[in-house]
Design a protein around this ligand. Structure first.
Ligand code: ATP
Ligand code: MG
Length: 442
C-alpha cells in the first residue's frame, strides 16, 4: 500500500486503465483465433484473469491479420500447464507456457513486472534478468510501446488500455511507455523494434521516442549476437524489409554495429542486386509465400563474397579455392556480431558455390548440377544475378529452358565442348577469359 502510494506520488503509477466497451472499439471477437478464445475461456473458468495481448490486439485494430496470439494471465506457469492436454513450459529467463491446440500454438505468459525491484543491469543500464511476476498494471508498464500494451478481455469484449494506446493507434503514432532513454538502455533492441514496427505498420515514431535513438545506437553493440540475429530476421521477413532498412539508415542505426547492414546499405555495386532481393522477399511475404532466410542472407552478402573472391583471384589464388576462402572470410566477419546460425550458413555456402557451375553448359555437367540438392535455390539466385545485370539474361533463360525440356531437347541445347581449351581456361591465366556465368569482376 505504502509502496503504491510512494510510486503514485513519484508519478510512477498510472491513473488506472481505461476499459473500453465493445461498442466503442473496432476489435471484433470473430477476429480472435478460436484457440486463443478457448485458452482465455479455460483460464477464466478457473477464476483466473486472462487477456489476449500485444501484437495481435494491435494488428487487428489496425486491420492487419495477426501472425500469432499471445495470452497474458495472473495464473503461474505451473497452474496453466495442467489445464491443457498439450502444453509445454518453456524459457529459462522467463518461464511461459506454449499451449498447442490443433495447428496453433498460443503463448501464455504470466503477468510480469520489470521494475518492481532493482533489476540486474549492466553498466549501460541493460536489464540482464527480469523474471519477476507482477500485477496486470505492472505487466502493461514493462511492455515497450503503448500500442503493444492493449489487453482484450474475451469475456466482456472490453479493451483494457493503460497507456493511451488506443489514442496512439488512432493517430498512427508509436510511443514508448515511460522514459524512452531509460527503456532503450534497459533493452537496446527496442530501438530496432521501433523502426521495424513503424515501417511495417506505417506509423510515425513519436518525437520523444525517436529523439534518443541516434545517440544511443552504439548500445546495440552490447546485445548478444543471437538476439540481434533474431531481430534482424524479423525485420527482414516483416514483408517491409526495404522500408525497414531505409528507416534504419535514417535513424543512424545501421552503422558500425551490424556489419551486415553496413554492407547492405553502403555497397554501391551490389545495390541493385540487394534492392531486387529485398523487393522480391517483401513481395513473397506479402503474398504469404515461403521465404528462405538462407537465400536472403546469401543475397545480402553476395557482393561482399564477390569482391573478396575477385581480390583473391587477382593475388593469384585458384578459382574455386579462392571462392571457398572468400566465403569463409565474409561469414567470419558477420558471425562475430550477428551469429547467423550454422544451418543457414551451410545453405548459403551451397548456393554461392553453385554459381560458377552455371557457366558450364557442355558435357554431363549441367545434368549433375540439376541433381544438386539445392539446385532450385541456386537457380533462383542465378535469376536474381541476371535480373540485376551481373550475368547475361541469356544464361538464366537457358537454364530455365533446360530444366523444363525433355532429354532430347536438353542434349540439343548443350554448348559444344571447347575441347582442350576448356581445361586451359579453367586454370587462371592473367588476362585470360573466365567461363561465362563467372561473375564479372566487381
Ligand atoms: P510482431 O509479433 O508483429 O513482431 P509483437 O509486438 O507481437 O510484434 P513480439 O516479439 O511477439 O512482438 O512481442 C509480444 C509483446 O511483448 C509485444 O507486443 C510487447 O508488448 C512485448 N515485448 C516484446 N519485446 C519487448 C521488448 N523488447 N521490451 C518490452 N516489451 C516487449
Ligand atoms: Mg507477436
Amino acid at each position: 500500500m505504502i509502496k503504491r502510494f510512494i510510486r503514485r506520488v513519484l508519478g510512477l503509477e498510472s491513473p488506472g486503465p481505461r476499459r473500453v466497451p465493445p461498442a466503442r472499439h473496432h476489435l471484433a471477437r470473430g477476429s480472435i483465433s478460436g484457440s486463443a478464445l478457448k485458452v482465455c475461456d479455460v483460464l477464466g473458468g478457473r477464476g483466473h484473469a486472462a487477456y489476449v495481448v500485444g501484437g495481435a490486439v494491435r494488428d487487428i485494430l489496425l486491420g492487419i491479420k495477426p501472425k500469432d496470439f499471445d495470452v497474458a494471465t495472473d495464473a503461474r506457469p505451473e497452474q496453466v500447464k495442467p489445464l491443457f492436454r498439450r502444453a509445454l513450459v518453456i524459457g529459462r529467463r522467463f518461464r511461459l507456457v506454449h499451449v498447442m491446440l490443433g495447428p496453433e500454438t498460443i503463448e501464455v505468459s504470466t503477468f510480469r513486472a520489470a521494475d518492481s525491484q532493482p533489476a540486474e543491469k549492466d553498466e549501460h543500464g541493460r536489464v540482464l534478468r527480469d523474471n519477476v511476476f507482477g500485477s496486470m498494471e505492472e505487466d502493461a508498464r514493462r511492455r515497450d510501446f503503448t500500442i503493444n500494451a492493449l489487453y482484450y478481455d474475451c469475456r466482456s469484449g472490453e479493451v483494457v488500455d493503460y497507456h493511451e494506446g488506443l489514442e496512439d493507434l488512432k493517430k498512427r503514432r508509436l510511443r514508448m511507455i515511460g522514459d524512452p532513454e531509460t527503456r532503450y538502455r534497459e533493452d537496446p533492441v527496442r530501438m530496432l523494434r521501433a523502426v521495424r514496427l513503424a515501417a511495417k505498420l506505417g506509423l510515425t515514431i513519436d518525437g520523444a521516442t525517436r529523439a534518443p535513438i541516434k545517440r544511443l545506437a552504439p548500445l546495440l553493440e552490447h546485445v548478444p549476437p543471437p538476439r540481434l540475429f533474431e531481430e534482424m530476421l524479423k525485420l527482414l521477413l516483416s514483408g517491409h524489409a526495404s522500408a525497414c532498412l531505409r528507416q534504419l539508415r535514417h535513424e543512424g542505426l545501421h552503422k558500425g554495429m551490424l556489419p551486415l547492414l553496413d554492407v547492405i546499405l553502403e555497397q554501391p555495386l551490389g545495390e541493385r542486386f540487394v534492392t531486387l532481393a529485398l523487393a522480391q522477399t517483401d513481395e513473397r511475404v506479402q503474398a504469404d509465400r515461403p521465404v528462405s532466410p538462407a537465400f536472403l542472407f546469401a543475397a545480402l552478402l553476395w557482393h561482399e563474397v564477390l569482391a573478396a573472391w575477385k581480390a583473391r583471384e587477382k593475388r593469384g589464388e585458384r578459382r574455386m579455392p579462392a571462392l571457398e576462402a572468400a566465403m569463409d572470410e565474409v561469414l567470419e566477419v558477420q558471425s562475430g556480431k550477428l551469429a547467423i546460425t550454422r544451418r543457414l550458413t551451410a545453405t548459403m555456402r551451397e548456393v554461392w558455390a553453385m554459381q560458377p557451375r552455371f557457366g558450364d553448359r557442355s558435357g554431363p555437367r549441367p545434368w549433375r548440377l540439376l541433381e544438386a540438392p539445392r539446385f532450385r535455390m541456386g537457380y533462383d539466385f542465378l535469376a536474381l544475378r541476371a535480373a540485376s545485370g551481373e550475368v547475361p539474361a541469356e544464361l538464366e533463360s537457358w537454364w530455365r529452358a533446360f530444366q523444363g525440356a525433355n532429354e532430347e531437347t536438353r542434349r540439343a541445347m548443350l554448348l559444344p565442348e571447347a575441347g582442350g581449351a576448356r581445361r586451359k581456361r579453367r586454370r587462371r591465366r592473367p588476362g585470360g577469359k573466365a567461363p561465362e556465368g563467372a561473375p564479372t569482376p566487381a
